[in-house]
Ligand binder design. Structure first.
Ligand code: GAP
Length: 452
C-alpha cells in the first residue's frame, strides 16, 4: 500500500484533504491526475451501463435528502455500525473490526459494550435550527432513484425490465475510516437500480453479476482476480434478499469492491402509501406514507405490482484504488535497472499522450510540439499533455509511472521532415511517424478493443 500511496501523492493523484491543518480524517482530494483517472473510470461505467444499453436511463439527484426518505427506507433505524469506546484512552472503534478484546490503540482491556452508531451525516436546511430543518447527506444515491421512479416512468414510458443509473457523492460517518481511499467518509458511488418483474429477479441478479465481471475485465481487472462472495444473511443490508460481493485483493487484504444486491420490492414498497391497494402481501408494511404509488399497472388489468430491484453498486474511490493497484508494475529491465510502470488500460490513462520537445528553451521545437499537442487534443480522446521539461529520459520515466500510453518526441529531424518519434509505454518500442499520420494512428490506437 505504501508504494501506491506514495506514487499517488508524488504524482498528483490523491492528497489528504485539508492537509495544511493536519488533515480531515477519512477525506481525500483528487489531484490533477487522479481527477482525470476517476473521470475516465466514471465515463467507462456510464458508457457501458447507459449509452451502450437500450434499457437504461441516467439521472443526477440532490445530495441533501428529506428525512422521511431515510426513515421509510430503513436507514434511520438500521444504517448503523456497532461502536465501542476504550474507557482508558477514549478511542472509538467498530466492534466488528476488533481482532481481540483489547484496545488497538493503548492495549487497555476496558472496552464498553457495543452500541449502535448511525452512519448518516445530519445537517440543517435554512437559517433556523429546529427539528423541521433536519436533512441528511445521502448515504447512497439509490434512494433518490426510488424517489424519481415515477417521474422517470412518466417522462420516458419505460416498463420493466429497465434501469436508472446514477453517479454521485455519498456520505457515511465511518467510525474508523482507513486504508487510504478504501474506507472514507465522503466518496462517490456508481450505482444503478434495475427494475424487473417479481419472479424474474433471481435470473436478473445472475445476469448483473456476470455483466459486472465482464466490465471489470475491460478495466484491467481479470476474472481470476475477483472472488464472488455470497453474503450471508446476517451480514446483508436490511433490504436485501441476496447479495453477491465482488471481492478484490486490495494491498491491505481481500475486501469488497462492489456489491450486487437483490433489493426485492423493499424500497418502492416502503415509499408507497397505498400498500393494501396493491394487493400484494409482501409489500404491506406499516408507516409508509410518501403518497405515491411506486408501482406498475399490469397490462390489460387493473392490478398493480411493485417491481423488484437488482442493484450493482460500486464506490469510485475503491474502484480507482483497485485499478491503480492492478496496473502498478515494477519491471526488471535488461540493463539490471527497474522501471515503475502503471499499465492502465489506455482509455483510463490520465494522459492519452505526452508530446515532448527535445529541448525546453528551443522556440522551434516547443512551438512544433505545441502545434502537435493542439492537433491531438482536438481528437476528443482525453487529455494530451505538453511535456516541456527538456529531459526526455526523465519524462519517459515520469510518464511510465503515471501510465501515459504514448509519448511523442519532437526533435531536430521533426523540424526538417515533419516526423516525430512515438514511444509505446508497454513495449518501450519507438517508431517514427509523420505528423500527418498521427491523427489516424492515435484514433486507431484508442479504438483497439483491448484499449477502448
Ligand atoms: N446502494 C447500495 C449501497 O450503498 P454498499 O455496499 O453499502 O451498498 C456500495 O456500498 C459500494 O460503495 C461498496 O461496494 C463500496 O465499493 C462503496 N463504499 C461503501 N462504503 C464506502 C466507504 N466508506 N468508502 C469508500 N467506498 C465505500
Amino acid at each position: 500500500m505504501d508504494q501506491r500511496v506514495s506514487l499517488c501523492k508524488r504524482r498528483g493523484f490523491v492528497f489528504q484533504s485539508s492537509e495544511l491543518y493536519g488533515g480531515l480524517q477519512g477525506a481525500y482530494d483528487w489531484g490533477p491526475l487522479g481527477t482525470e483517472l476517476k473521470n475516465n473510470l466514471k465515463a467507462a461505467w456510464w458508457q457501458s451501463n447507459v449509452f451502450e444499453r437500450d434499457d437504461m436511463e441516467g439521472m443526477d439527484s440532490t445530495i441533501l435528502t428529506h428525512p422521511r426518505v431515510l426513515e421509510y427506507s430503513g436507514h434511520v433505524t438500521t444504517f448503523v455500525d456497532p461502536l465501542v469506546d476504550c474507557r482508558k484512552c477514549k478511542s472509538r472503534f467498530r466492534a466488528d473490526h476488533l481482532a481481540s478484546a483489547s484496545c488497538p490503540n493503548c492495549g487497555g482491556q476496558d472496552l464498553t459494550e457495543p452500541r449502535p452508531f448511525n452512519l448518516m451525516f445530519r445537517t440543517q436546511m435554512g437559517p433556523v435550527d429546529h427539528e423541521g430543518a433536519l436533512a441528511y447527506l445521502r448515504p447512497e444515491t439509490a434512494q433518490h432513484i426510488f424517489m424519481n421512479f415515477k417521474n422517470v416512468l412518466d417522462s420516458t414510458a419505460r416498463r420493466p425490465p429497465f434501469g436508472i443509473a446514477q453517479i454521485g457523492k455519498a456520505f457515511r460517518n465511518e467510525i474508523t475510516p482507513r486504508n487510504f481511499v478504501f474506507r472514507v467518509r465522503e466518496f462517490e458511488i456508481m450505482e444503478l437500480e434495475f427494475f424487473v418483474d417479481p419472479g424474474t429477479d433471481e435470473n436478473w441478479h445472475e445476469y448483473w453479476v456476470d455483466t459486472r465481471l465482464q466490465w471489470w475485465e475491460r478495466q484491467g481487472i481479470a476474472r481470476d482476480r475477483l472472488e464472488l462472495l455470497d453474503v450471508p444473511e446476517s451480514d446483508r443490508a436490511h433490504y436485501s434478499k441476496a447479495t453477491v460481493d465482488l471481492m478484490y485483493p486490495f494491498p491491505h487484504g481481500l475486501e469488497e469492491l462492489e456489491g450486487i444486491a437483490n433489493r426485492t420490492d423493499f424500497d418502492l414498497g416502503s415509499h408507497t402509501r397505498d400498500q393494501e391497494a396493491l394487493n400484494i402481501q409482501a409489500q404491506v408494511r406499516e408507516n409508509t406514507h410518501s403518497g405515491a404509488k411506486l408501482a406498475i399497472l399490469k397490462p390489460n388489468s387493473s392490478d398493480w405490482y411493485v417491481p423488484f430491484v437488482i442493484e450493482p453498486s460500486v464506490g469510485v474511490e475503491r474502484a480507482t484504488l483497485a485499478v491503480l493497484n492492478e496496473a502498478y508494475d515494477i519491471e526488471q529491465l535488461d540493463n539490471g535497472k527497474e522501471r515503475v510502470v502503471l499499465r492502465l488500460r489506455p482509455h483510463l490513462a490520465p494522459f492519452k499522450a505526452a508530446v515532448m520537445p527535445l529541448k525546453r528553451n528551443h522556440d522551434g521545437l516547443v512551438s512544433k510540439a505545441r502545434e502537435i499537442k493542439n492537433l491531438l487534443q482536438r481528437l476528443g480522446l482525453g487529455r494530451v499533455f505538453l511535456e516541456a521539461s527538456g529531459n526526455i529520459g526523465k519524462s519517459y520515466r515520469r510518464h511510465d509511472e503515471v501510465g501515459t500510453p504514448l509519448c511523442m518526441t519532437v526533435d531536430f529531424q521533426s523540424l526538417e521532415d515533419d516526423s516525430v518519434t512515438v514511444r509505446d509505454r508497454d513495449s518501450m518500442k519507438q517508431i517514427r511517424k509523420q505528423v500527418s499520420e498521427l491523427t489516424e494512428f492515435m484514433t486507431e490506437f484508442y479504438r483497439r478493443p483491448s484499449h477502448a
